[in-house]
Every structure is written in C-alpha cells, then in structure tokens.
Design a protein around this ligand. Sequence first.
Ligand code: UDP
Length: 253
Amino acid sequence: MAAGEGAMTAPLDLLGVPVHPVTLADAVDAVVRAVEDWSDGEPFRHVAVNANKLLACRADDQLARAVAEADLATADGVGALLMARRLGLRLPERVTGIDLFLELLGPAAARGWPIYLLGAAPGVADAAATALQARHPDLVIAGARDGYFPAGSEDAVAQAVADSGARLLFVALPTPRKELFVQRHAHGVAFAMGVGGAFDVLCGRIPRAPRAVQQVGMEWAWRWAREPRRLAGRYGLGGVAFLRALVLGREAA
Ligand code: UDP
C-alpha cells in the first residue's frame, strides 16, 4: 500500500470508475503526507478523471486498471461532477491535474523535494522548468525531458527519472500513456501524476481558459474551439456518448 492511502476518504463509484470526493486542499494534503511518509520505493499515484476518461475506461481495461489502482483519483472535468450529481453522489469540487500540479510546487520548494518534468514536445519540458523556476526560485528541478521517446524505452526513461533523485514526477503524455506510465514505470519516486498538456500551458505554447470559463465548467469548450479538428472525437462524438450516459445514469449497452 502506498503511504497515506489509509487516510484517504473512500472513493465514489462513477460508472465503475473510482473518484475521491476531495477538495484541491484535501488532495494537496494527501500528497504532501504521502511524500513525507514515503519509504518503500513505490509512489503515491494520482489520476485525473474527466468525462472522456470515464467512458474510455469502459473500452480500455488497461486504462481502467491504472485508474482503479491509483491512490488518489480526482474529478478533472465538469463531466465527472455532473455524472456524480446524476447518480445522487456529491463531489465537492473539480480538482484538475494542472491545478494539483501547480499547488504541489510550493510545498515541494519549501521542503526541498526535487521534481522531474517528463513529456511534451522537445524543448517544452525545459521551457516549463524555466517558467516554474521563475515562480518558485527555491524549487529544485532534478530533470526534464520530452515525451517523444520510442515505445519500449519506458523503463530506461523511468530509471533516468529515479537516478535523478526526483521525489515528485509529473508526466505530460496523452491518455492512456500517462496513466500507464505512472502505474507501470514510475518507481523510485515518492509521487507521480499525469498532467496532460500542462507543460505547454506553462511555457505559453497553449493558453489556459480564463478563470471565469473554468468556473462555469466550460474549459472543454474553450479547448475544443482552439483545436477543433484534433479534439473533434473527444468532445464531439465523445460528448454525445457522455451526454447519453448522463441521461441514462449509466453507460449505454
Ligand atoms: N505528447 C508527448 N508524446 C507523444 C504525444 C504527445 O509527450 O508521443 C505530449 C503532447 O505534446 C502534450 C501532452 O503529451 O504536451 C498531452 O497531450 P494531450 O493534450 O493530447 O493529452 P490529454 O488531453 O490526453 O491529456
């Protein structure tokens, strides 16, 4: 069992996918406690759950297992909140991957926990590291590397992360690669999580939706408007399938 696991509130069941009913502050506390207590070589693992992932877990057993085996799963998108409400359950708020990532940097800097940034296009993780260092001058960055390594080299990449002395690992790969990397390959660090496109946001390559858009649960529409083709499957067809599941209160047969 990962450190701190026993202290977590029991997860809710959203279409068979576990999601913890926690606030961002609860999630930060849980991770900080787990990293402070860490001793056994296996990290405390976080996974962010959005509408797309709720449905993808039905079709992809490996992803479903990676999500189910995470120590902390939080509601990344408004879809998870809506589904919880539909099922008569309550999630206190969205706890997005990028917000948890950014909130952990202060404690990491204050406690001297080195971080590693893995993923995104060549140069992006380095640029994100520079941006983070400007925000947190005391933050120790153990390493940064891009996510365009060949399939099959995950263990070597993970070994380089462990050898760097990093305590916290942030993985900016697409779904399901980030969840599988965190579950299967992230050893020798105290904490690991996937952060999707967060490095692109940090280095200014992709703007994040304004706060007001995030607060009304429309960040997905902002992202879709910016990348209509690439995200058509996720938010178009995926959105229709999710709305159907929402109306039914379950996944369609
Ligand atoms: N990415 C990567 N290696 C790849 C493909 C993508 O590192 O082979 C990066 C991409 O540059 C981006 C991140 O993975 O920074 C997340 O991509 P996306 O936004 O598609 O992820 P998701 O929305 O699924 O979290």
